[in-house]
Design a protein. Structure first.
Ligand SMILES: Nc1ncnc2c1ncn2[C@@H]1O[C@H](COP(=O)(O)OP(=O)(O)OP(=O)(O)O)[C@@H](O)[C@H]1O
Ligand SMILES: [Mg+2]
Length: 306
Protein backbone atom coordinates (compact mmCIF):
# COMPACT_ATOMS: atom_id res chain seq x y z
CA UNK A 1 0.00 0.00 0.00
CA UNK A 2 1.26 3.46 -0.95
CA UNK A 3 0.72 4.94 2.50
CA UNK A 4 2.65 2.23 4.29
CA UNK A 5 5.51 2.55 1.84
CA UNK A 6 5.69 6.27 2.50
CA UNK A 7 5.86 5.60 6.24
CA UNK A 8 8.62 3.05 5.80
CA UNK A 9 10.66 5.41 3.63
CA UNK A 10 10.26 8.04 6.37
CA UNK A 11 11.63 5.45 8.76
CA UNK A 12 8.59 5.59 11.04
CA UNK A 13 8.59 3.29 14.06
CA UNK A 14 7.25 -0.14 12.91
CA UNK A 15 4.96 -0.42 15.95
CA UNK A 16 3.18 2.74 14.81
CA UNK A 17 2.91 1.46 11.24
CA UNK A 18 1.42 -1.79 12.49
CA UNK A 19 -1.26 0.04 14.46
CA UNK A 20 -2.08 2.36 11.57
CA UNK A 21 -2.68 -0.75 9.48
CA UNK A 22 -5.03 -2.12 12.13
CA UNK A 23 -6.84 1.19 12.37
CA UNK A 24 -7.39 1.32 8.62
CA UNK A 25 -8.76 -2.20 8.56
CA UNK A 26 -11.00 -1.55 11.50
CA UNK A 27 -12.63 1.58 10.08
CA UNK A 28 -13.71 1.33 6.46
CA UNK A 29 -14.85 4.57 4.83
CA UNK A 30 -18.48 5.06 3.76
CA UNK A 31 -18.91 5.26 -0.02
CA UNK A 32 -20.48 8.70 0.02
CA UNK A 33 -17.38 10.30 1.54
CA UNK A 34 -14.68 8.27 -0.23
CA UNK A 35 -13.96 11.30 -2.42
CA UNK A 36 -12.80 13.10 0.72
CA UNK A 37 -9.93 10.69 1.31
CA UNK A 38 -7.26 12.50 -0.64
CA UNK A 39 -3.58 12.16 -1.14
CA UNK A 40 -1.96 15.48 -0.20
CA UNK A 41 -0.09 17.51 -2.82
CA UNK A 42 3.14 16.84 -0.98
CA UNK A 43 4.44 14.53 1.72
CA UNK A 44 5.29 15.92 5.13
CA UNK A 45 8.99 15.66 5.98
CA UNK A 46 10.15 15.34 9.58
CA UNK A 47 10.13 11.91 11.18
CA UNK A 48 9.89 12.99 14.80
CA UNK A 49 6.97 15.34 14.25
CA UNK A 50 5.21 12.78 12.10
CA UNK A 51 5.60 10.16 14.84
CA UNK A 52 4.23 12.55 17.44
CA UNK A 53 1.19 13.22 15.27
CA UNK A 54 0.60 9.55 14.51
CA UNK A 55 0.86 8.49 18.16
CA UNK A 56 -1.63 11.18 19.16
CA UNK A 57 -4.11 10.10 16.49
CA UNK A 58 -3.77 6.43 17.48
CA UNK A 59 -4.54 7.35 21.06
CA UNK A 60 -7.71 9.21 20.03
CA UNK A 61 -6.26 12.56 20.99
CA UNK A 62 -6.80 15.84 19.21
CA UNK A 63 -3.79 17.71 17.97
CA UNK A 64 -3.00 21.41 17.95
CA UNK A 65 -0.21 22.47 15.59
CA UNK A 66 1.35 25.80 16.48
CA UNK A 67 4.18 27.67 14.82
CA UNK A 68 5.14 30.30 12.32
CA UNK A 69 4.00 30.52 8.74
CA UNK A 70 4.92 27.85 6.22
CA UNK A 71 6.22 25.39 8.78
CA UNK A 72 4.05 22.64 7.31
CA UNK A 73 1.08 22.67 9.69
CA UNK A 74 -1.53 22.09 7.02
CA UNK A 75 0.71 19.70 5.11
CA UNK A 76 1.05 17.64 8.29
CA UNK A 77 -2.68 17.69 9.05
CA UNK A 78 -3.55 16.57 5.51
CA UNK A 79 -0.93 13.85 5.60
CA UNK A 80 -2.26 12.51 8.90
CA UNK A 81 -5.78 12.25 7.47
CA UNK A 82 -4.39 10.43 4.46
CA UNK A 83 -2.16 8.13 6.53
CA UNK A 84 -5.19 7.05 8.55
CA UNK A 85 -7.28 6.76 5.41
CA UNK A 86 -9.96 9.14 6.66
CA UNK A 87 -12.16 11.67 4.86
CA UNK A 88 -10.94 15.16 5.70
CA UNK A 89 -12.90 18.33 6.37
CA UNK A 90 -11.15 21.66 6.30
CA UNK A 91 -12.81 24.31 8.41
CA UNK A 92 -11.30 27.81 8.19
CA UNK A 93 -11.92 29.73 11.36
CA UNK A 94 -12.58 33.47 11.26
CA UNK A 95 -14.03 36.10 13.59
CA UNK A 96 -17.58 35.19 12.66
CA UNK A 97 -17.24 31.42 12.89
CA UNK A 98 -20.22 30.19 14.85
CA UNK A 99 -22.06 27.07 15.75
CA UNK A 100 -24.17 27.17 12.57
CA UNK A 101 -21.09 26.59 10.47
CA UNK A 102 -19.55 24.09 12.81
CA UNK A 103 -22.51 22.06 13.86
CA UNK A 104 -25.40 22.91 11.62
CA UNK A 105 -28.20 25.23 10.81
CA UNK A 106 -31.91 24.92 10.13
CA UNK A 107 -32.98 25.06 6.52
CA UNK A 108 -36.30 24.77 4.81
CA UNK A 109 -36.64 21.80 2.52
CA UNK A 110 -39.88 20.28 1.19
CA UNK A 111 -41.81 22.55 3.51
CA UNK A 112 -40.00 21.19 6.54
CA UNK A 113 -37.30 22.46 8.79
CA UNK A 114 -34.25 20.29 8.34
CA UNK A 115 -30.75 20.40 9.71
CA UNK A 116 -28.06 21.36 7.25
CA UNK A 117 -25.12 19.58 8.77
CA UNK A 118 -21.99 21.57 9.50
CA UNK A 119 -18.47 20.22 9.05
CA UNK A 120 -18.01 19.08 12.64
CA UNK A 121 -21.28 17.18 12.43
CA UNK A 122 -20.11 15.45 9.27
CA UNK A 123 -16.79 14.51 10.87
CA UNK A 124 -18.71 13.02 13.76
CA UNK A 125 -20.95 11.05 11.45
CA UNK A 126 -18.35 9.66 9.04
CA UNK A 127 -15.30 9.44 11.25
CA UNK A 128 -13.64 12.31 9.48
CA UNK A 129 -10.50 14.18 10.34
CA UNK A 130 -11.55 17.78 10.94
CA UNK A 131 -8.87 20.34 10.28
CA UNK A 132 -9.69 23.36 12.41
CA UNK A 133 -7.59 25.82 10.45
CA UNK A 134 -6.38 28.98 12.18
CA UNK A 135 -8.48 28.04 15.19
CA UNK A 136 -7.31 31.11 17.12
CA UNK A 137 -8.99 33.47 14.65
CA UNK A 138 -12.38 32.54 16.08
CA UNK A 139 -13.94 34.04 19.15
CA UNK A 140 -13.46 31.82 22.18
CA UNK A 141 -17.18 31.51 22.84
CA UNK A 142 -17.70 30.23 19.29
CA UNK A 143 -15.17 27.52 19.89
CA UNK A 144 -16.58 26.64 23.29
CA UNK A 145 -19.42 24.78 21.54
CA UNK A 146 -16.72 22.22 20.79
CA UNK A 147 -15.72 21.50 24.36
CA UNK A 148 -17.82 18.35 24.71
CA UNK A 149 -16.79 17.26 21.22
CA UNK A 150 -13.12 17.53 21.98
CA UNK A 151 -12.97 15.83 25.36
CA UNK A 152 -13.79 12.34 26.59
CA UNK A 153 -17.51 12.92 26.00
CA UNK A 154 -16.90 12.87 22.23
CA UNK A 155 -20.38 14.16 21.58
CA UNK A 156 -22.18 17.06 19.94
CA UNK A 157 -25.30 18.55 21.36
CA UNK A 158 -27.28 19.79 18.40
CA UNK A 159 -29.71 22.38 19.71
CA UNK A 160 -33.27 21.40 18.84
CA UNK A 161 -32.12 17.98 17.64
CA UNK A 162 -30.37 15.10 19.29
CA UNK A 163 -27.09 14.67 20.94
CA UNK A 164 -24.85 12.69 18.63
CA UNK A 165 -21.77 10.65 19.43
CA UNK A 166 -18.54 10.97 17.52
CA UNK A 167 -17.63 8.09 15.21
CA UNK A 168 -14.73 6.11 16.71
CA UNK A 169 -12.39 7.21 13.94
CA UNK A 170 -13.16 10.95 14.15
CA UNK A 171 -10.24 13.23 15.09
CA UNK A 172 -9.61 16.97 15.18
CA UNK A 173 -6.45 18.79 14.25
CA UNK A 174 -6.20 22.52 14.95
CA UNK A 175 -3.62 24.81 13.40
CA UNK A 176 -2.57 28.22 14.64
CA UNK A 177 0.02 30.91 14.31
CA UNK A 178 0.34 33.06 17.36
CA UNK A 179 0.90 36.73 17.45
CA UNK A 180 -0.51 37.52 14.00
CA UNK A 181 -2.98 40.32 13.51
CA UNK A 182 -6.45 39.11 14.30
CA UNK A 183 -5.37 36.08 16.30
CA UNK A 184 -6.46 35.57 19.88
CA UNK A 185 -5.06 33.70 22.81
CA UNK A 186 -6.77 30.34 22.96
CA UNK A 187 -8.36 29.79 26.30
CA UNK A 188 -6.78 27.18 28.52
CA UNK A 189 -9.82 24.96 28.68
CA UNK A 190 -9.68 24.60 24.91
CA UNK A 191 -5.91 24.02 24.71
CA UNK A 192 -6.27 21.43 27.44
CA UNK A 193 -8.27 19.31 25.01
CA UNK A 194 -5.38 18.97 22.57
CA UNK A 195 -1.89 17.58 22.47
CA UNK A 196 0.27 20.38 21.13
CA UNK A 197 3.07 20.22 18.58
CA UNK A 198 5.15 23.35 18.22
CA UNK A 199 6.43 23.11 14.66
CA UNK A 200 10.20 23.43 14.52
CA UNK A 201 12.24 25.70 12.28
CA UNK A 202 13.32 24.13 9.02
CA UNK A 203 16.53 22.15 9.14
CA UNK A 204 18.85 21.62 6.21
CA UNK A 205 17.73 18.01 6.10
CA UNK A 206 14.01 18.75 5.75
CA UNK A 207 14.69 21.58 3.30
CA UNK A 208 16.67 19.24 1.05
CA UNK A 209 13.78 16.80 0.96
CA UNK A 210 11.18 19.50 0.31
CA UNK A 211 13.24 20.98 -2.52
CA UNK A 212 14.01 17.60 -4.08
CA UNK A 213 10.31 16.77 -4.06
CA UNK A 214 9.19 20.13 -5.45
CA UNK A 215 12.00 20.66 -7.98
CA UNK A 216 13.36 17.36 -9.29
CA UNK A 217 14.55 19.33 -12.33
CA UNK A 218 16.50 21.89 -10.25
CA UNK A 219 20.28 21.81 -10.53
CA UNK A 220 21.50 20.56 -7.16
CA UNK A 221 24.21 23.17 -6.62
CA UNK A 222 21.70 25.92 -7.41
CA UNK A 223 19.04 24.49 -5.12
CA UNK A 224 21.70 24.72 -2.40
CA UNK A 225 21.89 28.49 -2.91
CA UNK A 226 18.14 28.89 -2.46
CA UNK A 227 18.12 26.68 0.62
CA UNK A 228 21.11 28.65 1.88
CA UNK A 229 19.21 31.88 1.32
CA UNK A 230 16.34 30.62 3.42
CA UNK A 231 18.63 29.33 6.17
CA UNK A 232 20.59 32.63 6.24
CA UNK A 233 17.39 34.58 6.73
CA UNK A 234 16.12 32.14 9.34
CA UNK A 235 19.35 32.55 11.29
CA UNK A 236 19.15 36.34 11.05
CA UNK A 237 15.62 36.23 12.43
CA UNK A 238 16.68 33.88 15.24
CA UNK A 239 19.42 36.37 16.15
CA UNK A 240 16.90 39.17 16.20
CA UNK A 241 18.53 41.08 13.30
CA UNK A 242 15.34 40.98 11.25
CA UNK A 243 11.71 40.15 11.89
CA UNK A 244 10.17 36.95 10.60
CA UNK A 245 8.35 38.69 7.71
CA UNK A 246 10.85 37.53 5.12
CA UNK A 247 11.14 34.03 6.56
CA UNK A 248 8.68 32.42 4.26
CA UNK A 249 9.42 29.06 2.73
CA UNK A 250 6.25 29.40 0.72
CA UNK A 251 7.73 32.54 -0.85
CA UNK A 252 11.03 30.86 -1.73
CA UNK A 253 9.22 27.90 -3.33
CA UNK A 254 6.92 30.25 -5.26
CA UNK A 255 9.92 32.27 -6.45
CA UNK A 256 11.52 29.09 -7.78
CA UNK A 257 8.34 28.23 -9.65
CA UNK A 258 8.30 31.62 -11.36
CA UNK A 259 11.96 31.13 -12.26
CA UNK A 260 11.05 27.83 -13.85
CA UNK A 261 8.40 29.81 -15.69
CA UNK A 262 11.20 31.93 -17.15
CA UNK A 263 11.46 34.92 -14.81
CA UNK A 264 14.88 36.19 -13.81
CA UNK A 265 15.93 34.72 -10.45
CA UNK A 266 16.57 38.08 -8.86
CA UNK A 267 13.13 39.42 -9.77
CA UNK A 268 11.51 36.21 -8.63
CA UNK A 269 13.21 36.37 -5.25
CA UNK A 270 12.21 40.01 -4.93
CA UNK A 271 8.55 38.98 -5.23
CA UNK A 272 8.84 35.88 -3.08
CA UNK A 273 11.06 37.17 -0.32
CA UNK A 274 12.35 40.75 -0.35
CA UNK A 275 9.05 42.54 -0.87
CA UNK A 276 7.50 40.80 2.10
CA UNK A 277 9.38 43.25 4.32
CA UNK A 278 7.76 46.63 4.47
CA UNK A 279 10.40 48.22 6.64
CA UNK A 280 13.12 49.82 4.48
CA UNK A 281 15.92 49.10 6.91
CA UNK A 282 14.98 45.45 7.16
CA UNK A 283 14.47 45.22 3.42
CA UNK A 284 18.05 46.34 2.87
CA UNK A 285 19.40 43.62 5.13
CA UNK A 286 17.35 41.00 3.31
CA UNK A 287 18.45 42.38 -0.06
CA UNK A 288 22.10 42.08 0.98
CA UNK A 289 21.62 38.43 1.88
CA UNK A 290 19.91 37.84 -1.45
CA UNK A 291 22.77 39.49 -3.38
CA UNK A 292 25.35 37.19 -1.82
CA UNK A 293 23.35 34.12 -2.82
CA UNK A 294 21.68 35.02 -6.12
CA UNK A 295 23.85 36.92 -8.64
CA UNK A 296 22.01 39.36 -10.87
CA UNK A 297 23.11 37.70 -14.11
CA UNK A 298 21.59 34.30 -13.34
CA UNK A 299 18.92 33.04 -15.72
CA UNK A 300 16.38 30.22 -15.66
CA UNK A 301 18.76 27.93 -17.54
CA UNK A 302 21.33 28.33 -14.77
CA UNK A 303 18.87 27.06 -12.20
CA UNK A 304 16.88 24.34 -13.95
CA UNK A 305 17.80 21.51 -16.29
CA UNK A 306 16.68 22.29 -19.85
N1 LIG B 1 7.99 19.65 6.99
C1 LIG B 1 7.52 19.94 5.76
N2 LIG B 1 7.30 18.94 4.88
C2 LIG B 1 6.84 19.23 3.66
N3 LIG B 1 6.58 20.46 3.20
C3 LIG B 1 6.80 21.49 4.02
C4 LIG B 1 7.26 21.28 5.34
N4 LIG B 1 7.38 22.49 5.93
C5 LIG B 1 7.01 23.40 5.03
N5 LIG B 1 6.66 22.83 3.87
C6 LIG B 1 6.30 23.58 2.65
O1 LIG B 1 5.79 24.84 3.07
C7 LIG B 1 4.57 25.14 2.42
C8 LIG B 1 3.58 25.67 3.44
O2 LIG B 1 3.09 24.62 4.25
P1 LIG B 1 1.74 24.77 5.07
O3 LIG B 1 0.71 25.41 4.25
O4 LIG B 1 1.44 23.45 5.67
O5 LIG B 1 2.23 25.78 6.19
P2 LIG B 1 1.48 26.29 7.49
O6 LIG B 1 2.38 25.95 8.62
O7 LIG B 1 0.09 25.81 7.52
O8 LIG B 1 1.57 27.87 7.26
P3 LIG B 1 0.54 29.04 7.68
O9 LIG B 1 0.68 29.23 9.15
O10 LIG B 1 1.09 30.21 6.93
O11 LIG B 1 -0.83 28.62 7.26
C9 LIG B 1 4.08 23.87 1.76
O12 LIG B 1 3.68 24.16 0.47
C10 LIG B 1 5.29 22.96 1.74
O13 LIG B 1 5.87 22.99 0.46
MG1 LIG C 1 -1.76 26.89 7.38
Amino acid sequence: MEVLQYLEVQNINPALIRDIKKFREQYPVADEVKHRVVKPMMPFYGKEILEMGIAAMLQKENLLLTGSKATGKNVLAENLAWIFGRPSYNISFHVNTGSAELIGTDTFEDNQVKLRKGSIYQCAQYGGFGILDEINMAKNDAVSVLHATLDYRRSIDVPGYDKIELHEAARFIGTMNYGYAGTKELNEALVSRFLVIDMPDQTEETLEKIFAEAFPDGKPEMMKQFMGLFMDLQTKAENGEISTKAIDLRGVLAALRTIRQGLSPLLAVRMGVVNKCFDTFEKEIVEDVVMTRIPEEWKTSDIFEG
